[in-house]
Design a protein around this ligand. Sequence first.
Ligand SMILES: *Cc1c(COP(=O)(O)O)cnc(C)c1O
Length: 365
Amino acid sequence: MQVPVLELKAQYASMKDDILEQINEVLDAQWVIGGPKVEDLEKRIAKLSECKFAVGVSSGTDAILNSLMSLDIGPGDEVITTPFTFFATGGCIARTGAKPVFVDIDEKTYNIDPTLIEAAVTDNTKAIMPVHLYGQMADMEPIMRIAGIYGLAVIEDAAQSISSTYNKKPAGSIGTTGCFSFYPSKNLGGIGDGGMVVTNDERLYQRLKVMRNHGQTGAYEHKYIGGNFRLDAIQAAALLIKLKHLGKWSAARRKNAAYYNKKLADSPVTIPYIDEQCVSIYNQYVIRVPNRDKVFDHLRNNDVGCMVYYPMPLHMQECFAYLGYKEGDLPVAEKAAKEVMALPVYPELTNEMQDYAIKSILDFL
Ligand SMILES: *Cc1c(COP(=O)(O)O)cnc(C)c1O
């Protein structure tokens, strides 16, 4: 049996006509960048995230970068974040000229450990950037409390967690901004790159829109140095169709996760820990196993798609050597990087496929 790591073709086939019709509308109107489809998507994502404002951007990466730039974060500033994340989180901080300050993670949720944040705050700290990893939100209550004490912005990297909740509040609605990615493998994936920033701060919203378009404040007048962070209308058109299915897909992912949980309960496998305050959308279903690399090879050899998110924490990346971290500095993240492994969890996955994946793991262990 073959269990692919991702199954985007089946999903596309189920909505092909609707998507093509939407794309045709965009092409006939020739309003291909910004325009009504982008605005419609912005309204819907704002509503879904229970935020007043949303700004469509070119990717999740640019959602983070635009948030930082719109908050005037740059050289001399520090931003506290997690080392256990996709590169863009730390990469964007560094690209503004600010210094990423990595704080270790909670060993159960893999999200930033809020009890370690306060010790990392200095006079130069401007923001905290929690990442809602694998579809589960970070522990936002203590994070917001620390941010309040020190006057820090909070940028939620919610690239993996659109519509997940923490104490019933959706991702993106608690911090200063929330950043979403529509990369095709995310729960709400486009047909190319795309992203969105949400916020409840009207001034920041205006700034995010200006920065998305080269910091242009009037016709060829530039009060700020921004970028080209615009979202194209074809992406918005496809996402408008897909957004209608997001709730159903997330429920199917949770069902698949529950099935794995049940079958792996009495085994050497550590199943995901979901905090009782959180509802996860399982962008990934991540287990911990002894001998991860061997289990991984075994599964791959048996046609079970699996992935490692992420094999090397950011503080160990060559490009961040200048920050001076060394192995052992953030031990929980370093250990997780050696032990975690994601199993397929997409909505189209069947119980038969899951049984095969489970058997392949348990046979090996
Ligand atoms: C995917 C992802 C990003 C970047 O999003 P892109 O749309 O690929 O630029 C940022 N942070 C995290 C945690 C991600 O998973």
